[in-house]
Design a binder for this molecule. Structure first.
Ligand code: 2OP
Length: 189
């Protein structure tokens, strides 16, 4: 197989979503870890429920609602300022330490992100981390109004990059995402 494009998941694959724990811990000492875990689980659950119900709302709304859920279920009161400070970290997540070098080593291929993130969230994240200089495209499922692992979401890669699934490698650290991409027909790492 000739791989002409390498496409990455964003949250948890290139970007360390656990890096929000520093901010949640600062806002709620002793609870940073558990907030971060519940937040992520609920965030994913909301994407799947909304996709099944065909009640799409973008990932920024989903991320807000799931953070609100996590704080409520833990009985934590949060003022607007603290809530926005936590949310803002999603636009400034840390890249995993090896991500930039790995991307640089793949520069002879087309490189992109395919993420459930909204266009605005992803563009800010990519710019803030400097990946806009390396990536050929940042693709948001927002164009199809359905979240991964729906096939419609993965089909965006060929529409945007013009490379068929058989010549594309999709990279994700999220097992459900790797399975979804494989089921759609992408090569997967
Ligand atoms: C993504 O970036 C949510 O990690 C998932 O699409």
């Amino acid at each position: 197989v000739t791989i002409k494009a390498v496409v990455f998941d964003a949250y948890g694959t290139l970007y360390d979503i656990k890096s929000v724990a520093a901010v949640t811990e600062q806002a709620f000492p002793g609870h940073g870890e558990i907030i971060t875990q519940i937040w992520r689980i609920k965030q994913l659950e909301y994407t799947w429920l909304r996709s099944l119900m065909r009640r799409y709302q973008d990932f920024s709304d989903i991320t807000r609602e799931s953070l609100a859920y996590a704080l409520r279920v833990l009985g934590l009161e949060c003022d607007d300022g603290a809530f926005e400070r936590i949310m803002d970290k999603y636009l400034h997540l840390d890249l995993y330490p090896d991500a930039a070098a790995a991307l640089a080593g793949l520069r002879d291929r087309k490189l992109a992100i395919l993420s459930n993130g909204s266009t605005a969230m992803l563009n800010a994240l990519v710019r803030n981390s400097g990946l806009d200089r390396v990536l050929d495209a940042t693709i948001s499922v927002d164009a199809r109004k359905i979240f991964k692992p729906a096939p419609e979401a993965y089909s965006l890669v060929e529409s945007v990059l013009g490379v068929p699934p058989t010549e594309t490698l999709f990279v994700s650290s999220n097992p459900w995402d790797a399975c979804g991409a494989k089921a759609f027909g992408l090569n997967v790492a």
